[in-house]
Design a protein around this ligand. Structure first.
Ligand code: ASP
Length: 313
């Protein structure tokens, strides 16, 4: 929990699926940290210029989607069928408008499609080919599905498929299992926003949709309380309505952001766990970045400075 009270702030995660500290090479460590910093700077530049939280989280997530270290956009995880199905969502805490895509295959920046959907009340969530077509018709950039592929994600797919054959999938490392990117922000006008984008988990069944595009599960923002973006075992986040529950604990039970966020991480543990983390900011500018995995790519930035971390540090 970081007290950044009263000032515009952006906080991000690059997924709870970090490489174990022992096997993270200095190059991979530096690349991930640079990616986090770029995203924070892109988001914070919007806030510092008097821009909206919605624009700030969009800018940060576009950066993260462009970076191969993180499981979203370019560098997204492969599904069991060897292709990429991308989920993303965004929510505006001022208006409660939200937009999301699930199972998109060709939208270069899924968060931009979610953002465009959030400019209208209906439809909120589009899936698969329809999402791709809708984005293309609105002038968003579309690419071949192979654009998102990287060698390291293909290696993870091979490893996961082998585990599935051997029946050892449950013992997969955090890096094999997880990854997502997200951003939350409080702007100078007192408004909150949250954005999340993911390739889901490696070797997920074709057609599987996680928590990220489900408003209230992996993504939530409400000016009265907080903005939340989650990363981890999506099925548990859906079953516990993770992001909305943090808001509800604050609004109805008077909990602080830190209490509410930790309680919902614990709640996923009660259902068996599987790895959970999130970034959140409240209406006062307090930031929470809890996780129960070995690490989580994460950071925040405000007028006082920038903080970036991967493991416990
Ligand atoms: N929450 C994502 C999903 O279930 C994956 C992750 O963050 O690890 O799709």
């Amino acid at each position: 929990m970081t007290n950044t009270a009263g000032k515009p702030v952006i906080a991000i995660h690059g997924g709870a699926g970090t490489i174990s500290k022992a096997s993270l090479t200095p190059e991979a460590d530096a690349a991930a940290r640079a990616g986090l910093r770029n995203a924070l700077e892109a988001g914070y530049a919007v806030l510092a210029g008097g821009g909206t939280a919605l624009d700030a989280v969009t800018a940060a997530v576009v950066e993260l989607e462009s970076h191969p270290s993180f499981n979203s956009g370019y560098g997204a995880a492969f599904n069991q069928g060897g292709s990429h199905e991308l989920d993303a969502a965004i929510m505006d805490g001022q208006t409660s408008l939200a937009g999301a895509v699930a199972g998109a295959k060709r939208i270069k920046h899924p968060i931009l499609a979610a953002r465009a959907l959030a400019q209208q009340a209906d439809p909120l969530l589009l899936i698969g080919e329809a999402a791709d077509t809708w984005a293309q018709e609105r002038g968003l950039e579309v690419v071949e599905n192979s654009f998102f592929s990287t060698d390291s994600r293909r290696e993870l797919l091979e490893r996961m498929l082998e585990r599935q054959r051997q029946g050892t999938a449950a013992q997969a490392t955090e890096q094999e299992k997880h990854g997502t990117v997200g951003a939350v922000a409080l702007d100078a006008h007192g408004h909150l926003a949250a954005a999340t984008s993911t390739g889901g988990y490696t070797a997920k069944p074709v057609g599987r949709v996680g928590d990220s595009p489900i408003i209230g599960a992996g993504t939530w923002a409400d000016d009265r309380t907080c903005a939340v973006s989650g990363t981890g075992k999506g099925e548990l986040f859906i079953r516990t309505a993770l992001a909305h529950s943090i808001h509800a604990r604050m609004l109805y039970a008077g909990q602080t952001l830190a209490q509410a966020a930790q309680a919902q991480i614990d709640e996923t543990g009660r259902l068996g766990g599987g790895g959970a983390g999130l970034c959140a900011v409240d209406r006062h500018g307090n930031v929470a970045l809890p996780y129960d995995t070995e690490g989580m790519y994460r950071g925040w930035m405000n007028a006082d400075g920038v903080y970036v971390a991967i493991h416990e540090e």
